[in-house]
Design a protein around this ligand. Structure first.
Ligand code: PLP
Length: 427
C-alpha cells in the first residue's frame, strides 16, 4: 500500500517531534541547558570534526531548536533549516554564508524598513553592497547584476505594502545568472505560500511574526531549499572550497543538498553567535501547531476589514491584494489563493496628522511596532518603523505620510471593525 504523505496541518503539529525518549514527555521539552556531555573523547572529536551530528553547545545546536528547524523545513518543503535569535539574525547569517567583502546582492525596494536599513547601513560595514530593484518588475533585477553579485532577495508578500511578488519571474532572472533567490516569507507563512515551489533557493522568516504567532518571542529561521548548485560557478567559496576550520572539508561536497544550512550553522551561527533560546524555540513550536487555523482566520478577518474600509468616506484608498479590484489581486490568486494574509495598508484622508490621531484613538488595536500577533495591531509607518528612510524611500516602500498599516488579529471581525469605526468618527 502506498504511504500517504502527511498534509500541512499534520506536519504543523507533528513534524520533527517524537515523544521524549528519556521521559516520555509528549510536548517537546525545553532543553534549557548550555552544553551536552560527550560519551567519550572520540565522540567529542567526531562532533567537533563534523563527522557525526550531535549536540555540543546551545550556541551551535540544541534539541528544542532542532525540532523547530525540522518542522519548518517540512512546512516549507526544504531540506534543512537553521533557527536564529531573530529574523534579522537569519538574514545576516544567510548573507554571511555567501558574501565576501566587495560583493553585492540585488534586493527589492519593497521590503520591511528594518531590512532596508540592515542592507543599506549595517551590511555596508562588512563591505556588502545592496542594489535596489522594483519587485513589480522582475527584469529590473537583471540590470543591477554584475560579476560580484551573489544573490537576489525579495519578500514574497511585502511589508508594509501587502503586495505579492512574481516569485517565478524573479527566480527566472536568478536562474539565468546562476544566482540563488532568497525569499523572506514572513508575511505569508508557508500556510499561504511556499516559495521553494516557485523557484526560491533559500527561504527566510522572522519567526517573531505569524509562525510564533502570539507576540511573545523573537526568532528567525533560514530554510535551505536544497535546489542550488553552490560549486558550479566558484562564487561561493565558503561552500565549495576546503575549510581550514574543519580539516579541509568541502561543505558542499560533504553535505550536498543541505550544505547551505550546515555552513550557516558551523561557519556563521557558531562564530557570530545569534542563537535562539530553547524557551523561545518551544514557544514558537507551540504557536506553529495552530498556524493553519490562525492564518486562515487572519486572512478572512483582514478581507472583511479591507472591504469595510474601502467603503468608508474618510479613507482615501485601501491596498489589500485580497480585494478583487486590487492591482495585485491576480498575483495573490496565483501565489496565495487561500487568502491574502493579515497585513495591509490604507491611506487616511488628512495625511500625516490624521494618521497619527487615528492610531491614537483606537482601543482594541494595540499601537506597536510588530505584526503577526493574535491581537490586532496598528502603526503609522512614516512616524515610526520607516522614519529613518527618506520620504522618497518611504513612498517606494509603501510607507508614505498618509499610510496606516494594520495587522489584523484573530478576534471577532465585528469587534475589529467597531474599533476602527469609533476612531475614524473622531478623527
Ligand atoms: N522580515 C520581515 C518581513 C519583517 O517584518 C521583520 C520584522 O518586522 C523582519 C524580517 C525582521 O525580523 P525580526 O524582528 O525577528 O528580527
Amino acid at each position: 500500500m502506498p504511504t500517504r504523505s502527511p498534509g500541512f496541518s499534520t506536519l504543523a503539529v507533528h513534524a520533527g517531534a517524537q515523544p521524549d525518549p528519556t521521559t516520555g514527555a509528549r510536548a517537546t521539552p525545553i532543553y534549557q541547558t548550555t552544553s551536552f556531555v560527550f560519551n567519550d573523547a572520540d565522540h567529542a572529536a567526531a562532533l567537533f570534526g563534523l563527522q557525526q551530528f550531535g549536540n555540543i553547545y546551545t550556541r551551535i545546536m540544541n534539541p528544542t531548536q532542532a525540532v523547530l528547524e525540522e518542522r519548518i523545513a517540512a512546512l516549507e518543503g526544504g531540506t534543512a533549516a537553521l533557527a536564529t535569535a531573530s529574523g534579522h539574525a537569519a538574514q545576516m547569517l544567510a548573507f554571511h554564508t555567501i558574501m565576501g567583502a566587495g560583493d553585492n546582492f540585488v534586493a527589492a525596494r519593497q521590503l520591511y524598513g528594518g531590512s532596508v536599513n540592515q542592507f543599506g547601513h549595517a551590511f555596508r560595514n562588512f563591505d556588502w553592497q545592496v542594489r535596489w530593484a522594483d519587485s513589480a518588475d522582475p527584469e529590473s533585477f537583471e540590470s543591477q547584476i554584475d560579476d560580484r553579485t551573489k544573490a537576489i532577495f525579495i519578500e514574497s508578500l511585502a511589508n508594509p505594502g501587502g503586495t505579492f511578488v512574481d516569485i517565478a519571474g524573479v527566480a527566472e532572472v536568478a536562474r539565468r545568472h546562476g544566482l540563488p533567490l532568497i525569499v523572506d516569507n514572513t508575511l505569508a507563512s508557508p500556510y499561504l505560500l511556499r516559495p521553494i515551489e516557485h523557484g526560491a533557493d533559500i527561504v527566510i522568516h522572522s519567526l517573531t511574526k505569524f509562525l510564533g504567532g502570539h507576540g511573545n518571542s523573537m526568532g528567525g529561521i533560514i530554510v535551505d531549499g536544497g535546489t542550488f548548485d553552490w560549486s558550479k560557478s566558484g562564487k561561493y567559496p565558503m561552500l565549495s572550497e576546503p575549510r581550514p576550520e574543519y580539516a579541509g572539508m568541502v561543505l558542499h561536497q560533504t553535505f550536498g543538498n543541505f550544505a547551505f544550512a550546515i555552513a550557516a550553522r558551523v561557519l556563521g551561527l557558531r562564530d557570530l553567535g545569534p542563537a535562539i533560546s530553547p524557551f523561545n524555540a518551544f514557544l514558537i513550536l507551540t504557536g506553529i501547531e495552530t498556524l493553519p487555523l490562525r492564518m486562515q482566520r487572519h486572512s478572512d478577518n483582514a478581507l472583511a476589514v479591507a472591504k469595510w474600509l474601502k467603503e468608508h468616506e474618510r479613507i482615501a484608498w485601501v491596498r489589500y491584494a485580497g480585494l478583487e479590484d486590487d492591482p495585485n489581486h491576480a498575483l495573490q490568486q496565483r501565489y496565495s489563493p487561500k487568502g491574502a494574509g493579515s497585513v495591509f495598508t490604507f491611506g487616511i484622508k488628512g495625511g500625516y496628522e490624521a494618521g497619527k490621531a487615528f492610531v491614537e484613538g483606537l482601543k482594541l488595536f494595540s499601537h506597536l511596532a510588530n505584526i503577526g500577533d493574535t491581537r490586532s495591531l496598528v502603526i503609522h509607518p512614516a512616524s515610526t518603523t520607516h522614519r529613518q528612510l527618506t520620504e522618497e524611500q518611504q513612498v517606494s516602500a509603501g510607507a508614505g505620510p498618509d499610510v496606516v498599516r494594520l495587522s489584523i488579529g484573530i478576534e471577532d471581525a465585528a469587534d475589529i471593525i467597531a474599533d476602527l469605526e469609533q476612531s475614524l468618527a473622531r478623527v
